[in-house]
Design a protein around this ligand. Structure first.
Ligand SMILES: C[S@@+](CC[C@H](N)C(=O)[O-])C[C@H]1O[C@@H](n2cnc3c(N)ncnc32)[C@H](O)[C@@H]1O
Length: 272
């Protein structure tokens, strides 16, 4: 795989990529961040799960959230994970195999869920709306399968809020804009409230979550900062020396313990 390509636009169809393992590894790396674990716990709490509940995680990736949901609903409940990637569902099934948990994993598309109306007590979608071209339709489908009074919880990033402390403002803006604009729905975070309103969800709650990364290597791996800069160079928007200077400045700030990068996401929860 050509590492000079940004992955942001590829999440809509992971199985079509040459290096599906890289995408699974990315999810694991992100999930290991304590701030990520913390926001995930907050989304579980908003689902108001009880023993015996049937719950859905759509765009479940490698399925780790589904395992946690299954523990919360207990053996009389049901936690279903759906993802449109066969690779992701394969990994999720492997990870759940040895565990005695009430989980089901299925390949499926958020726009056309192969589920009956009103069957889930709550549904969640975690970092999938940023990859959707028709998020309103996706939410309508989540609401269809949720029972009246059940909770729908969506978490997503707003990539326009990506902040990187670097000396060259113009280069930094270009890199941040590319990362945002290369994502199918880079403004998902700010739009979740509107999707919820337009879909008629009640008792809407919005929770902002700002994640800070203090390590260049982690930020570069997750956000592909240097690849974004090189992509701009290939497109003729930055010179080779601008890219080298920009990356070196970030590495230097890391070496001196001053690297700072942050991005804000939003959780929206509503009742059907
Ligand atoms: C960034 S990952 C997040 C995975 C997981 N929710 C997590 O927090 O680790 C987005 C997931 O959405 C899936 N996805 C993208 N488009 C989809 C669609 N139309 N229907 C179902 N899943 C989709 C991708 O395959 C990927 O696993």
């Amino acid at each position: 795989m050509d590492r000079k390509e940004l992955n942001t636009a590829k999440w809509g169809d992971v199985d079509q990529t040459q290096d599906t393992e890289h995408f699974v590894g990315y999810l694991d790396k992100v999930s290991a961040i304590e701030a990520v674990q913390a926001y995930k716990r907050r989304t579980y709490n908003l689902m108001k799960m009880k023993e015996g509940h049937a719950v859905l995680d759509i765009g479940c990736g490698a399925g780790d959230d589904v395992l946690k949901l299954a523990e919360m609903v207990g053996s009389s409940g049901r936690a279903v994970g759906i993802d449109n990637s066969e690779t992701m569902i394969g990994v999720a099934r492997q990870r759940s195999e040895a565990l005695d948990l009430p989980v089901e994993f299925r390949v499926g598309d958020i726009y056309h869920l192969d589920e009956e109306d009103n069957i889930f007590d709550s549904c969640r979608a975690d970092r999938i709306f940023q990859h959707l071209k028709d998020p309103q339709q996706a939410l309508t489908e989540m609401i269809r399968v949720t029972r009246p009074g059940g909770r729908v919880v969506i978490f997503d990033v707003d990539w326009e809020t990506l902040l990187i402390d670097a000396p060259d403002v113009a280069v930094t803006r270009k890199v941040a804009n590319l990362i945002c604009d290369d994502t199918a729905n880079g403004w998902a975070g700010r739009q979740l409230f509107r999707y919820g309103k337009q879909a008629g969800l009640h008792e809407l709650v919005v929770v902002p979550e700002t994640a800070i990364i203090f390590e260049y290597a982690l930020a570069d791996h997750i956000l592909q900062l240097s690849i974004a800069a090189e992509t701009l160079q290939e497109a003729g928007e930055l010179s080779a020396s601008q890219v080298i200077d920009w990356v070196n400045a970030l590495k230097h700030s890391d070496e001196t313990g001053q690297f700072f990068c942050s991005v804000t996401s939003y959780t929206v929860c509503g009742r059907k």
